[in-house]
Design a protein around this ligand. Sequence first.
Ligand code: ADP
Ligand code: MG
Length: 363
Amino acid sequence: MEINISGLSKAFHLKDSQVQALNNVSLTTPANQILTLLGPSGCGKTTLLRCIAGLEVPDSGEIRIGDTTVFSSTNNAFVPPNKRGIGMVFQSYAIWPHMTVFDNVAYPLQVQKRPKKEIRERVRKTLSLVQLEGFEHRPATKLSGGQQQRVALARALIAEPKVVLFDEPLSNLDAKLREQTRRELRNFLSELGISAVYVTHDRIEALTISDVVAVMKDGQIIEMGKPKELYFGAKDKFVVDFIGGANFLEGEVVESAEGLVHVRSPMGTITCAEDTQLEAGTSVTVYIRPEAFEVLGDASERSCNVFRGTVERVLFAGESYESDIRVGDALLSVRLLPSVNVAEGEEIILHAAPSRCRILVDL
Ligand code: ADP
Ligand code: MG
């Protein structure tokens, strides 16, 4: 089920000020896939999710879920939350600890006063969907964190919603459990093929769990794409930085031809694989992620993007070395494999593939 959002705005009025939580947001979520809203705290993720759920009334704009207009400011449409066919999983009170797994999952149907037999049958079916069959009578507290999240998911799924909304569902788990649970959640959601909107401020969570990521800032969606497209090819500086960090180099286009743009920069001439035609002399910013570099034994191994530098600092970080390398007038953050042997003060030859040297554009 697709969700179409157009021109959505929402302000909160405080005593003597006003916060524009959503500023003219338009977005179409992909049907039967996981869309993540990623952005720093306060950028409007929860507000957008609550508008979709009907827990917040937008000031203007329109929201459609499938073929149904659930909100429209122009013709005063507002479908109440319980009529929107939505399931929700939140960060806090994900499940009720004093209840059994059965009672937790059955709750939405009990509220609807469904017949007992139907409830039993649907709880059984939903628990098997999240691979918790046989856990009905377990107290919720006697489950691992990952299993508890699956109970929360089962409770969100039991009324057979068209869309499931997640608001930072893993943020109460410790780091190791979070990693495991997000993998499980990803597997479940993609197997179920349901439409989900997932909110997080954690870039790794967004990259691993999503089919599509929409990056938000100040109540707006800045850029949207598949995780790999965004990681390797984001066009906006905030998005590049938020999703992984990079070296940003100001430069000037020397020449562009045949899918390559050559840019003069403080670290020398950088050849970027970009399909855009840019006139010589255009000011641009190039970005190269720290792990995009490799160390060459000999400069002649590559025909372009060969940079001679000096290692200023190296930190051993287990799976990599985090180093600062001086190349020309630039100081680069470079992530090196632990198998590469480098020491501070050493000369080093670096290479970055043109496909990993990207140009930012004004969006
Ligand atoms: P996020 O989920 O991305 O952290 P929110 O959607 O919760 O962001 O909040 C967006 C902005 O709206 C923030 O500045 C927040 O303080 C403000 N805000 C959210 N809810 C309310 C509210 N009920 N009353 C006043 N301000 C609010
Ligand atoms: Mg929030």
